[in-house]
Design a binder for this molecule. Structure first.
Ligand code: SF4
Length: 488
């Protein structure tokens, strides 16, 4: 992997998750939360089953995956050219394009636009890029309130919580918890929830709709991300389920779109496989309910002042890495989260980022560098079972990237893993040492019996996150000698 992405931070670490311990500790805490585990298991299995059913309907699924991966690879291989083409197309269509190297620049640009419009509030459609750069917090600090309008994001915002899933940021909450949040918090920031609110999903959705409606009708500035940005036409695409995104994209006079540079697709044709791959992989639907596309500004139709902020924030470092760049193909569908046995038990907060699950485990250490304990621990947050690769619609080989990153982190001195590997190499390089270690291990096995070993002295970092299997009471060689004498 490229040295550029190694070591110190290449991106501003999200302060939303500052103070979060490294994955093993965060995961242990999450595992104690039985209600959350129950909520997650129910939600991920429901989406997983729906996805499997609709994917099975398409005999050409594998060909679609290849087409999706090829389109992203073409864009990433010639990214500078396609970004310039995208800028030209957007400007020709009346949009203003801004380039942001990092979170600070992107937030400053968005704030300057909001100030120029003299607004003290904006409405937002769900956008991972703006969560990544902590745009809400930056606006809030400057006195501009950002209202999330995606239902799940609204729940997270009202609950003073953090997102824990790419597609369903409030997946760790159940209906009753959501009802309590609405009753307690809505009145503080706008239209209150009705007193007789129940936990019926339709009633909860209605309360959110009414609460948001007055914000939509009032707001003069909208903020969005984009799922795709098409270079040859300058079209931005948002794919969503509720229609709230479409309100944000069409009602305000001014629209600010914060778009990661890896979202670019070369041509309109490249969108076709994506529109099949994304909804099936994310929500298990054949087609998503709302797809909004906007191309610059047009008289009398939608926002009249359109700004597009093209965001790097560590992406060019990932791109420079010939192995790791594969992670930039990600279309944020969340299929890898829903099939991951580790995510299912720990939830998303343990990953310490807005990008949780298997893709977060490879993307965060690359985007942010591996200088922090959180980012050093993430490549180990996987059983390497391979389910994420099988589910990924753009064929990102996440297990392979995780192994690559583990090697890198160990080389850089991940203390526990490095010490364990050095000790293993020393023992395995000499048959006498190996025989001695096997005798010692058998003795431990006889002493411990059936009990589980939860921690070992000197291997605190390793055993704090893993139970150690009880050693067998005899080695294979001992068993062979006992059963077959010296018959080798
Ligand atoms: S890595 Fe693949 S499966 Fe996971 S969110 Fe990205 S596109 Fe979806």
């Amino acid at each position: 992997m490229s040295t550029q992405a190694r070591g110190g931070p290449v991106q501003q670490t999200s302060s939303t998750f500052i103070g979060m311990p490294a994955f093993p500790e965060a995961a242990r805490e999450a595992l104690d939360n039985t209600q959350q585990r129950k909520n997650l298991r129910h939600a991920t299995h429901t989406i997983r089953d729906k996805r499997a059913a609709v994917v099975d309907e398409l005999p050409e699924w594998e060909a679609l995956r290849v087409a999706g991966a090829d389109a992203k690879d073409e864009a990433l291989t010639h990214l500078a050219d396609y970004l310039e083409q995208l800028e030209e197309s957007l400007v020709a269509q009346g949009a203003t394009v801004h380039w942001a190297r990092d979170a600070v620049e992107a937030n400053r640009i968005a704030l300057e636009i909001a100030r120029a419009k003299e607004v003290d509030e904006v409405v937002k459609v769900k956008s991972m890029a703006t969560q990544e750069i902590e745009l809400n917090e930056a606006l809030e600090e400057a006195g501009v309130h950002a209202w999330e309008t995606d239902l799940a994001e609204l729940i997270v915002q009202l609950g003073h919580d953090r997102p824990s899933h790419i597609l369903v940021p409030a997946i760790h909450r159940n209906r009753n918890e959501i009802r309590e949040i609405f009753l307690r918090e809505m009145a503080k920031v706008g239209r209150p929830a009705p007193d007789d609110l129940t936990q019926d999903p339709a009633r909860l959705a209605e309360a959110a709709r009414l609460h948001l409606r007055e914000k939509f009708l009032r707001a003069r500035v909208g903020i969005s991300g984009a799922n795709f940005a098409i270079a040859d036409t300058g079209t931005l695409v948002v794919v969503e389920s509720e229609g709230n995104g479409r309100m944000c994209l069409t009602l305000p006079e001014t629209l600010i779109s914060v778009v990661g540079i890896e979202k670019v697709l070369p041509t309109w044709d490249d969108l076709a496989p994506m529109m099949q791959l994304l909804p099936r992989s994310s929500t298990g639907e054949r087609m998503n309910p709302y797809t909004t596309m906007w191309t610059g500004a047009h008289d009398g139709d939608g926002p009249q002042d359109v700004h597009v902020i093209l965001l790097d924030n560590g992406r060019s470092h990932v791109l420079a890495d010939t192995v790791g760049r594969e992670a930039l193909r990600c279309i944020r569908c969340s299929a890898c989260l829903n099939v991951c046995p580790v995510y299912e038990r720990t939830g998303g907060h343990a990953y310490g980022s807005v990008y949780p699950g298997p893709i977060g485990a490879v993307l965060n250490p690359q985007l942010r560098g591996t200088s922090s304990a959180v980012d050093q621990s993430l490549p180990y947050a996987s059983s390497l079972c391979g389910a994420c690769f099988d589910a990924c619609p753009v064929r990102i080989n996440i297990p392979e990237l995780l192994v690559e990153l583990r090697g890198r982190v160990t080389e850089e001195g991940h203390a526990a893993e490095s010490a364990a590997m050095k000790a293993a190499a020393w023992v395995l390089s000499d048959p006498k040492r190996l025989a001695g270690a096997q005798r010692a291990s058998s003795l431990v096995g006889r002493v411990v019996g059936d009990r589980t070993i939860r921690s070992l002295p000197g291997l605190g970092a390793w055993t704090s996150a893993r139970d150690v299997p009880t050693p067998p009471t005899e080695s294979f060689r001992q068993w062979w000698a006992r059963e077959r004498g010296d018959d080798r």
